[in-house]
Design a protein around this ligand. Sequence first.
Ligand code: ADP
Ligand code: ADP
Length: 229
Amino acid sequence: QGVVRFEDVHFAYDSKRPILKGLDFEIAPGGTLAVVGPSGAGKSTLARLLFRFYDVTGGRILIDGQDIAKVTQNSLRGAIGIVPQDTVLFNDTIGYNIGYGRDGATQAQIESAARGASIHHFIESLPEGYDAKVGERGLKLSGGEKQRVAIARTLLKDPPILILDEATSALDSHTEADIQRTLKAVERGRTTIVIAHRLSTIVDADEILVLEAGHITERGTHRQLLAAG
Ligand code: ADP
Ligand code: ADP
């Protein structure tokens, strides 16, 4: 479960300027695909298409053999979790921020859901005190702590497909490495797409796509890409 396949995917926000120009790739269930490339190449757009923020303008995207254009929005969004780079937290408790949509989860609810989703290791790395307020008049969280809260919020849905869209890129490299370490365990068994700008964070990806101006210009493992220069 969780096979993602792009077949000759084209996309344009407006008809005059194509953004993605024929992407073909497949990710095996539980596999990790990394997408790297310069700013503006279309990396985030690719993620938005998979989540159906927008529909493809050519080709198709399949999940487990099903064209996502024919899947209900609800089931699609249940299957996919996205962690963006910049997270805006609500001026509310950590519990609310993690469990919003669950009316602000209690510690016991979060811990139980975390066990269900096999992410208890990740939950342990969160800042202390789910009923502490964050924001202006409350707890000041560091960038890394905010991102951990955002990641927990996404992971508690237990999505079989996980998209990390430069989820740790804005953090200092020490914090990034720290979060990456805790993420390794939760990625296991999930099909993961990592959008990254630092190559060091994607050494373990099964395949890396280099995206430039909407084309895949190189692909391979980290070793293969290094060998190719
Ligand atoms: P990347 O993630 O690789 O930096 P993006 O997918 O964000 O690239 O953007 C690819 C191109 O699409 C850029 O030229 C960007 O300006 C354009 N773009 C992104 N979002 C929109 C949008 N909502 N409307 C129009 N153009 C957009
Ligand atoms: P802006 O400068 O546009 O307000 P911020 O990212 O600073 O953007 O804040 C957006 C929201 O994120 C705030 O309303 C607040 O709820 C939350 N927030 C910002 N900084 C922190 C922080 N250090 N800890 C917890 N929440 C924060």
